[in-house]
Design a binder for this molecule. Structure first.
Ligand code: PRT
Ligand code: ZN
Length: 288
């Protein structure tokens, strides 16, 4: 049995549980229970505050856990990351009041920060960054609402998580530098038994299959046979595209996969190459 720590409620919870479901693992969750066992996989869930997950995994109370890289770097920077999960993306950034921007631009961020005070909930990451950049600034640790610190005269700047940037904007702050790009990661304790390692490896295999499918679409299109060589060049596929003759003489149907990030560019080129009736479908899993 592998004990998996997941955030009880918050920004990571729903995506973590969704990933587990997409890996074909079923479970029941009642809101007030702190643990739950999967029906069809040797895993038990522990529902915890995200800040506690790195410590529980380090102590072996949980065997694996899903947590933001920001919390992991702050609490257990040397922990083993089994796989990056790609959701809950954000960055830990330095921000300053917008009326200081001209001053910062006229020198450099490093020299402006010297002698300044910075509020943050991430003192360890921030101190490491300051030391690495030879900046002497004072760090004020506060646990929440960091973005109000400059407005109430507590500090000159802040170091906090940013995703859309709207919290900074509504507090009159501007992002002046990013010190960590974060996303959810799966971590594991170092002393798993052989069978626990097998269970973890199987879970990672399933996660990779889900991730590949999320970034990829299934595409079907029709084209005149004379155009097929040009179309194939645009669609390399998993191995190579499947070509199926159509009922209409001289035409074929091409089936393949395309990457999400090249999608619109490729569709345009396919149309120019004579493709018609293009269908694009989501893929649930890709096993390699
Ligand atoms: O109760 P518990 O301790 O478990 O949860 P929590 O309240 O400490 O954490 P939670 O649920 O807010 O966040 C969990 C994790 O989500 C974080 O550790 C990050 O890894 C990730 N994440 C992703 C974020 C954000 N995006 C985010 N935008 N965590 C916090 N924010 C906050 C940020 O602190 C700031 O206040 O959102 C605000 C900024 O957002 P924008 O969109 O206005 O820029
Ligand atoms: Zn927390």
């Amino acid at each position: 049995m592998l004990r998996l720590a997941i955030q009880k409620s918050g920004r990571l919870s729903e995506d973590s549980l969704q990933l587990i479901r997409e890996c074909g693992i079923s479970f029941n969750r009642s809101d007030n229970k702190l643990t739950s066992k999967a029906f069809n996989y040797p895993v038990e869930f522990l529902f915890l505050r995200d800040d506690d997950i790195p410590g529980y995994v380090a102590d072996g109370v949980a065997d694996i856990g899903i947590v933001g890289l920001n919390v992991l770097q702050e609490k257990s920077p040397n922990a083993d990351i089994a796989i990056r999960l790609g959701f809950s993306k954000c960055r830990l950034s330095l921000a300053a009041p917008k009326d200081k921007i001209a001053e910062i631009q006229s020198s450099s961020l490093q020299s402006w920060l010297n002698g300044k005070s910075i509020a943050t909930s991430y003192p360890n990451i921030l101190n490491t960054y300051l030391a690495a950049n030879q900046i002497k600034a004072s760090v004020h640790e506060i646990s929440g609402s960091v973005e109000i610190a400059p407005n109430i005269g507590l500090t000159d700047a802040i170091c906090d998580l940013v995703s859309s940037g709207s919290t900074l904007l509504s507090n009159g702050l501007v992002e002046v530098g990013s010190i960590l790009e974060s996303e959810a990661v799966l971590i594991s304790q170092p002393k798993l038994s052989v069978s626990q390692k097998d269970t973890l490896n199987e879970l990672i295999f399933r996660i990779k299959s889900v991730q590949r499918a999320q970034n990829t679409k299934y595409i079907m299109l029709n084209a005149p046979n004379a155009q097929i060589p040009n179309i194939i060049k645009l669609l390399p596929g998993v191995k190579s595209p499947s070509i199926v003759p159509l009922g209409q003489e001289g035409w074929s149907s091409v089936h393949s996969v395309i990457k999400e990030n090249t999608f619109w560019e490729i569709i345009q080129k396919l149309k120019e190459a004579g493709a018609e009736g293009i269908l694009v479908l989501p893929i649930e899993k890709i096993i390699e």
